[in-house]
Design a protein around this ligand. Structure first.
Ligand code: SIN
Length: 311
């Protein structure tokens, strides 16, 4: 029987709130995550924005309650962090092509939902998105939470020997497992997942899906381009191999790292409400959505900020 991985990260947690002039940060868990209070996102000045950006890098995931935001306001806030990223899965709305609706109707019964399974966003791209943001409009009365895990804390709690072992390694990130599960579980229809599911058996995958299946090789240990913090760059959805390792060797190591990264002590969980805006740094954390609100509608809007080649 496999022994469960238990680490005792006492003394390693650093999710305390920093002191800011314009905002208040209220941590929601020991490992990561904070609610930011005292600002109206649709009317931010530069100092407020700088403090929000600092809080994002420190807490990895931050959220705001009670924000009245149009899709245009969300797009404008996202653009303050940088240009929009290439989106791998969804189509934007007509008026704002870079604001993507994430809507699951009350009568949907797909076993596959967008964002299920622990992942970092689109790591199979050469330049994966740096930051992702979601705004809640229609929220189920229960379920539909999102959970995050702190990849910097996960790296910091590895033994020095393991840190040295993985330092030079490059992880192969590919869309292949997600495409396979979408084809198996989604219902053919006019959604991105549905269109892929409809191709099952035809052998005809669109060129851009083939490119994302081919994927990209990235450092298994990333260094944050702004703060210099190191983090584990792997996940249970897209990490499919390690350069120079036999598949069985890579699988054993990636399984260990993914389980280590997503243990409960390293996570925080958000209960959505309408008018909640959450954002996270894909270079510093992984996340997943839950498929646990059948019979209820969930409507959120998503933007992603372009990232850099991981180093
Ligand atoms: C995502 O993975 O970006 C979606 C998360 C969610 O819908 O909760």
């Amino acid at each position: 029987m496999k022994r469960s991985i238990l680490v005792h990260p006492t003394g390693r947690f650093d999710n305390h709130a920093r002191t800011y002039q314009q905002i208040e940060a209220v941590p929601i868990a020991a490992a990561m995550g904070a609610e930011i209070r005292g600002v109206i996102i649709a009317r931010l000045d530069d100092q407020q924005f700088d403090e929000i950006r600092d809080a994002l890098f420190h807490h990895k995931m931050i959220f705001f309650r009670g924000q009245e935001l149009t899709r245009g306001d969300q797009a404008a806030f996202s653009l303050r962090f940088g240009p929009f990223a290439e989106d791998a899965y969804t189509r934007g709305i007509a008026e704002h092509p870079d604001v993507q609706p994430l809507i699951r109707e009350a009568d949907a019964r797909d076993a596959h939902i967008f964002g299920s399974g622990w992942h970092t966003d689109s790591p199979f791209l050469a330049e994966p998105p740096a930051i992702s943001m979601l705004y809640g409009v229609d929220i189920p009365p229960y379920g539909g939470d999102t959970i995050w895990a702190n990849a910097a804390l996960a790296y910091a709690t590895l033994s020095e020997t393991m840190q040295k072992l993985i330092a030079p390694l490059r992880v192969h990130m590919s869309m292949i497992n997600v495409v396979a599960s979408v084809m198996d579980y989604a219902t053919p229809g006019d959604t991105p997942a549905g269109r892929l599911a409809a191709l099952k058996g035809s052998g005809a995958l669109p060129e851009d899906v083939q490119r994302k299946i081919k994927g990209a090789f990235h450092p298994l240990v990333r260094t944050h381009p702004v703060t210099g913090e190191k983090s584990l760059y792997c996940d249970g959805s897209y990490a499919v191999g390690i350069e120079g390792m036999a598949p069985q060797e890579a699988e054993a190591l990636l399984d260990f790292l993914a389980a280590h990264l997503t243990q409960p002590a390293f996570t925080c969980r958000l209960r959505w409400e309408p008018k909640t805006l959450a954002l996270w740094d894909n270079r510093l954390c992984v996340h997943q959505a839950f498929n646990d609100y059948d019979g209820h509608r969930r409507e959120l809007y998503r933007t992603t900020v372009a990232g850099e080649v991981p180093r």
